[in-house]
Design a protein around this ligand. Structure first.
Ligand code: SF4
Length: 485
């Protein structure tokens, strides 16, 4: 385990990637490094920046955290130009070798093209097979490279027309930023699964996965890029196109539960507010007599605040996190790694001892960390441990850019609530219902005919057919909402 990673997050779904783009600022690389730093939670394995100046592209990509990769002025100075794109990577497809670190880059007849992708293409393998059969030579194992080859082999003239044609062929989730010479391109897939926002900093335009990346540089939020929208930003200003067949919006609801930073606002909903609202709904649905509400840090904090408020039970920090344990603290040995949770977290005995506690966490994936936390609470003297989860049971894998274990690894796929409670070792366990989740987002409940969000990892209803998971190609018998078992 990376000691910079919160051990309590070791059993979470892993975020996808973060993207950032700048047009029209001489410090474009430095701004991009800051933006990527704010988006670090979306990918901690690798990061890269590509800039453009006077007909030349400049690139720096490496494994590690943004702060380690772009920590020297000399690195930033090697990335000149007023246009830049950047990417934080957590590998959902392809391993993390240098060739897979984004932005990817290709030379076309009309100039260079760099691309950074958040999401996952669901028909990338099928397209890749076709492209390889045509003679395309792939340089990486990422799904994103499929887009580059589709652009290269397109029959259209301009790179913009080629890009549109390429994106009309791919399926799945994509929020992209790209640079073609000094033109900055931003695109969101027709379902809008992953977020992408547009901002303004001085006279420059900014594209970013989340608004927290605008805040870090003091940029003004202009608007969300719309599902199915492609924006072109160059010396002439910004142009918007809607080149795709319109689809129902399916923003990933897990962005509100866990992935996005709480200080971000996505499609009009502040993430922190959404999490508190989820906590209130959870308390209304599954209240239990207890003395104290305790969040599992850090992701359970806003929901626990909402829960405590609605249940009128005191909120206390019963698990204290040591924020100062870095990678340099100790060379992890097998024995130290085994200590896991305790290295960075400790029970705050005074608020736990002799009390009936409600532990609030955002989700349960495998359940392995939950077992350790409950053990820690019991050892600290809790008389009863009730666990409340601020999302429905995660029982299905994600194919849209989130690293989920296979179904047989998901605790909720294999066990009912009572069995899960026994495995985790709690007195009671309850999850938020799907209807409750939608109520927390301001709706009356889930519209089962056409849910407002992608909630496939809870419901098993996949809004975009996961073609590659199903075999060779599209299956005509699959309906719009594909129920995978
Ligand atoms: Fe988000 Fe789950 Fe849908 Fe994946 S399956 S996009 S994690 S809601």
């Amino acid at each position: 385990m990376d000691l910079n990673t919160n051990p309590l997050d070791a059993d979470k779904l892993r975020e996808e990637c973060g993207v950032f783009g700048v047009f029209g600022h001489q410090d474009s690389a430095a701004l991009t490094a800051l933006g990527l730093h704010a988006l670090q939670h979306r990918g901690q394995e690798a990061a890269g920046i590509v800039t453009y100046k006077d007909g030349q592209f400049y690139s720096h990509r490496a494994v590690g955290h943004v702060g380690d990769i772009f920590n020297q002025e000399t690195v930033i100075r090697q990335l000149p130009g007023a246009s830049a794109i950047g990417h934080n990577r957590y590998s959902t497809t392809g391993d993390t070798t240098i060739r897979n670190i984004q932005p990817l880059f290709a030379d076309f007849a009309s100039g260079g093209f760099a691309i950074a992708h958040n999401g996952n293409l669901t028909n990338a393998l099928a397209l890749r097979r076709e492209l390889v059969a045509k003679g395309c030579l792939f340089q990486s194992t990422t799904d994103t490279e499929v887009i580059i080859h589709l652009i290269a082999t397109s029959r259209f003239e301009s790179v913009i027309d080629r890009t549109v044609a390429a994106l009309q062929e791919v399926e799945g989730a994509f929020s992209l930023v790209a640079l073609h010479n000094d033109t900055l391109i931003g695109v969101r897939d027709p379902y809008g699964v992953r977020p992408l926002v547009l901002g303004r900093f001085e006279n420059a335009w900014i594209l970013a996965s989340e608004t927290c990346a605008l805040d870090i540089i003091g940029a003004e939020y202009i608007r969300d890029v719309q599902p199915g929208e492609l924006v072109l930003i160059d010396e002439g200003g910004i142009r918007s196109m809607k080149p795709f067949t319109s689809k129902p919006r399916k923003l990933c609801i897990f962005e509100y539960i866990y992935f996005a930073r709480p200080d971000s606002t996505i499609e009009g909903h502040n993430v922190y507010d959404a999490r508190k609202s989820i906590g209130r709904e959870l308390a209304n649905e599954s209240g239990v007599a207890a003395d104290v509400v305790i969040p599992v840090p850090d992701s359970g904090v806003p929901a626990a605040l909402g829960y405590a408020e609605a249940a009128r039970i005191p909120y206390e920090l019963g698990i204290i996190r040591n924020h100062y344990v870095g990678r340099t603290f100790i060379e992890p040995t097998e024995q130290i790694r085994h200590l896991g949770v305790k290295l960075k977290h400790n029970a705050n005995r005074e608020v736990i001892k002799g009390h009936r506690i409600i532990l609030v966490d955002d989700s349960i994936v495998r359940g392995t960390t939950s077992v350790k936390i409950v053990e820690m609470m019991r050892a600290a003297g809790a008389t009863e441990v009730h666990m409340r989860i601020a999302s429905p049971p995660t029982a299905h894998s994600c194919f849209y850019g989130v690293d989920t274990p296979s179904r047989d690894q998901l605790l909720a796929a294999e066990n009912n609530i009572e069995e899960m409670a026994n495995i985790i070792g709690v007195d009671t366990l309850a999850f938020l219902t799907l209807d409750g989740l939608y109520r927390a987002m301001g709706m009356e409940g889930r519209n089962d005919q056409d849910p407002e969000y992608c909630d496939a990892c809870f419901s098993g209803e996949y809004p975009i057919t996961p073609t590659d998971q199903l075999g060779e190609g599209p299956n005509p018998q699959l309906s719009f909402l594909t129920q995978l078992t």
